[in-house]
Design a binder for this molecule. Structure first.
Ligand code: ATP
Ligand code: MG
Length: 434
């Protein structure tokens, strides 16, 4: 179905000028080209698109010949990136059905679970539309007729505010289980509901996410947690049993006590993250992962202390390694973020030791601010025993140097490490939630 130039109410000016430039260059080169996917969908919904994707019948090599500022990327999907300063327009070649390939093994491959491993079979625009995930993502805007081409009833789904998979949901989730995460993300982002048939198989198939490479799951979880809808995404992922495949240890803890401190800390963390994102403030994945792995960390530390007869300090440190390596089996968090999470965890133990130069020195640590925010989060979530400590730090941070010195002096013997100096590290107080 083609929705004509004035019916859909979209004007060419709403798309990025660079994307329009790419369309014209491809057209002048004798190829078909469309804007497709999220950008058309978002503009129809009155939202600002994140990026602009183009699809064409030119092969990646043919695209490369037309643009000097082009680089080819990807293995699973070969794509062209046209680079305009900081903006990148992604140009994909229309994909066909993998069964149609002459030499199947060369171009497209499925795993035993029906998961698509490679997908580089080129096809017509109708085939390309069928290969896309949701009906609202299969809308194409053409500069030939300035119209929207709707091959999968996407406009009807937009009007009904429904996230609806194209084709048989079971098959489509098996081909690519990440589509389950995408269904959740689009439902919350666009304030839509997941259509019943699209929703139904999710619980049963959720564990297929275990077959997704951890690096891809890291990317997908970041999208879920950094798009300003993290709290809703978290609750929905839990409801559909998807959270379990991402964070199994935490999921188990949350299941045990759905109203407990654990649940309220995680939910509060996501709520705060959303507030920051929506106020254009910075958010670091190190903080998010420090929070997500906090309770599994404490649990492992406790177990190690009992089973290995370790000191609290050693158990806590070893538990950090263990919880991070367990997490890496599911989600590949880059080292710069796991190092940040470790710092945040380490500082939790040191926040009550404030005598002498200690408070000042702690504030000089690169992750101090994040660790202080983490303490506030713990209090906000219900660890009221740390309320006073949190208040002390808030006041300390608001004072000038002299005021800070006065505060440290007023602490007296409070805030000094207990025991002899040499054994200080080993006898450091336990993480306060235990
Ligand atoms: P946003 O950029 O807002 O996250 P989007 O719809 O543009 O949303 P992208 O991940 O940028 O999402 O993908 C662009 C388009 O590629 C989608 O609209 C969809 O048509 C198609 N697509 C992306 N991922 C998949 C997938 N896993 N299976 C099928 N089609 C997909
Ligand atoms: Mg996009």
């Amino acid at each position: 179905m083609v929705i004509g130039r004035n019916e859909h109410g979209i004007s060419r000016k709403q798309f990025s000028p660079n994307a329009i430039k790419v369309l014209y260059r491809l057209k002048d080169g004798g190829f078909d080209a469309y804007l497709v996917g999220g950008c058309v969908r978002d503009i129809l919904l009155g939202q600002q698109p994140k990026d602009f994707d183009v699809v064409t019948n030119a092969t990646p090599e043919q695209v490369k010949k037309l643009f000097r500022n082009c680089r080819l990327i990807g293995r699973r999907f070969r794509l062209a990136h046209i680079v305009f300063g900081r903006e990148i327009i992604e140009v994909a070649t229309m994909r066909g059905h993998h069964e149609a390939a002459e030499d199947k093994n060369q171009i497209s491959q499925s795993s035993d679970q029906g998961q698509l491993l490679r997908d580089n079979v080129f096809g017509s625009i109708e085939e390309d539309a069928e290969r896309r995930d949701f009906t609202i993502n299969a809308l194409y805007y053409s500069i030939n007729d300035f119209s929207i081409h709707d091959f999968a009833n996407g406009i009807a789904a937009i009007n009904a505010r429904q996230i609806e998979l194209i084709g048989d949901p079971q098959t489509r989730y098996r081909e690519d289980p990440v589509r389950m995460l995408r269904a959740v993300r689009f439902a919350t982002k666009l304030d839509m509901t997941i259509a019943p048939a699209t929703e139904k198989p999710i619980k049963e198939l959720a564990s297929l996410l275990d077959n997704i490479p951890p690096a891809r799951l890291f990317e997908e979880t970041l999208k879920l947690f950094l798009n300003g809808k993290a709290e809703e995404n978290f609750l929905m992922l839990r409801r559909y049993g998807l959270f379990k495949s991402l964070f199994p240890a935490l999921d188990k803890i949350l299941d045990k006590n759905t109203e407990g401190l654990e649940h309220s800390l995680i939910q509060q963390m996501f709520r705060n993250t959303d507030e920051r994102i929506n106020a254009d403030k910075k958010v670091t994945p190190a903080f998010i992962f420090a929070a997500l792995l906090w309770f599994p960390l404490l649990k492992i530390a406790k177990q190690l202390q009992l089973s290995e007869q370790l000191s609290e300090y050693d158990a806590y440190t070893q538990a950090m390694n263990k919880v991070l390596s367990e997490n890496a089996q599911h989600i590949a968090v880059p080292k710069r973020f796991t190092l940040g999470a470790r710092d945040i965890w380490h500082i939790q133990q040191r926040l009550d030791k404030r005598s002498g130069q200690r408070a000042f020195r702690l504030t000089q640590q690169p992750r101090f601010k994040a660790a202080y925010d983490f303490l506030l989060l713990r209090v906000q979530a219900g660890e009221h025993q740390h309320q006073e400590l949190a208040n002390w730090w808030s006041e300390y941070l608001s004072k000038d140097v002299n005021g800070q010195k006065d505060m440290v002096r007023a602490l007296g013997s409070q805030g000094a490490p207990k025991g002899r100096r040499r054994s200080r590290r080993r006898s450091s107080p336990k993480p306060a939630t235990e």
